[in-house]
Design a protein around this ligand. Sequence first.
Ligand code: PEP
Length: 253
Amino acid sequence: MRTKIVAGNWKMNTNREEAFSLATEVSGMLKNEQISAVKVILAPPFVHIGAVAQLLNGTGIGVAAQNCASEVSGAYTGEVSAPMIHSVGANFVLIGHSERRAYFNEDNALLAKKTQLALDHHLTPIFCVGETLPERESGKHEETVFSQLEEGLFILPDTLFSKVIIAYEPVWAIGTGKTASPAQAQEMHAFIRGKISNRYGDAIAQAVSILYGGSCNENNATELFALPDVDGGLIGGASLKSRSFVNIIKSFS
Ligand code: PEP
């Protein structure tokens, strides 16, 4: 059975106090409501990672960075590297979020480098793929996602690839209130798993968790999480409200 995962991407939101409250509320609700069958991960902004990781220590909730540098150390002003992130208590990192690809020009080659560095430094990559609206409308969505996988991830050997989590996030659904239909989500998740099977074999393909992201909320999560190839969600906006986020976590049937 694949690991069910729900990760909350807080993006560039929360001051220190808000980050503490949100993490405390989420962990309190998960404990009180005895939710343990889902791996929950929180991705706060860099400046809160150490404090949030300390606060969540022993709860089973994972902490992720939203990005990492493509170098380990040195004269890269403003950057934060994988070993630094791991040293303050995070165990996961988002790589290739569409906002990084669009606003910071991160291409597949750079993301391949970041993925390798994350794995070298004990961080599990949550590797994001997804097509834009024009790509979907012109029927190029599978081609786009396949090249993101091939160039960003399929360079890894089997042993490392097995550690990766994938998030399918259609760009047109992120923060827009437009969710992929269950049919669109299942079709793309099955496509991704098929490509993994071609590259790494069926055993590895069946074991990799593939999350859906893009306007996932407490009203649509049940339907999305019930799909055979959807193993959970990467949640943006709805992860900023503890009750909504925990309701999404509870949406697995
Ligand atoms: C995201 O940022 O990864 C995301 C899925 O955002 P939202 O849930 O707000 O669409």
